[in-house]
Design a protein around this ligand. Structure first.
Ligand code: ZN
Length: 206
């Protein structure tokens, strides 16, 4: 049986924590219907509760989660409203995390509705097309953030999806729309199904 853990980003005040939680709850509802055999854990289910990053990794560990999916929305580090596009952060270059992220991003781009994204080049301030949407989370991450929630998981597979930039008005409207949320749920389900295929040992079928 597959036991994924859904981590609705950080709690607290503001737009993002509410989005992260609503996205996670929609995903769980869809998963319960599509994969009733899965044992799904959540790191938080309420707005009021805001476990620390180590505590959230601890919850996943106590549950023996085989894979943790952390759901976030991105903010431009400079507040630039032009930056947009989904990003996948993972720890291990070899291992299932990269493949899971690829499935999620392919599902999003495959819809044809979502462009790969644009970012603001440091130094020049120019708008550049997103080169890659997948980034290995290093101690000092790609966008100067540590993505330490991934590191707290140690050797356990975990990945972090930045659904899009809520600092971009168009992306934010998409994130808030039912259509956008549905597209994200479909993509994340595909990612978790890939995770199941890669992480659950195939037993003899009865
Ligand atoms: Zn976040």
């Amino acid at each position: 049986m597959f036991s994924p853990c859904i981590d609705p980003g950080h709690g607290g005040r503001g737009w993002e924590p509410v989005f992260n939680l609503s996205m996670a709850l929609l995903l769980r509802t869809a998963l319960v219907e599509k994969h009733p055999e899965w044992d799904i854990e959540m790191t938080r289910e309420l707005d009021l509760i805001n476990p620390s990053r180590p505590a959230r990794a601890e919850i996943a560990m106590m549950h023996n989660a085989q894979f943790t999916l952390s759901i976030h929305a991105n903010a431009s580090p400079t507040g630039d409203p032009r930056e947009h596009g989904p990003l996948w952060f993972y720890k291990d270059e070899v291992g299932p995390e990269k493949q899971i992220g690829k499935t999620i991003l392919d599902a999003l781009f495959g819809s044809g509705l979502m462009p790969r994204g644009e970012y603001i080049e440091e130094g020049t301030g120019r708008v550049r097309p997103m080169k890659g949407n997948m980034h290995q989370a290093r101690p000092v991450g790609w966008t100067r953030r540590s993505y330490s929630v991934l590191r707290h998981h140690g050797s356990r597979p975990a990945g972090l999806l930045e659904c899009d930039y809520y600092t971009n008005p168009k992306a934010r409207a998409w994130l808030e729309s039912m259509e956008g949320k549905k597209q994200l749920v479909v993509a994340m389900i595909a990612g978790l199904e890939t995770a199941e295929g890669l992480l659950v040992p195939k037993g003899p079928t009865p």
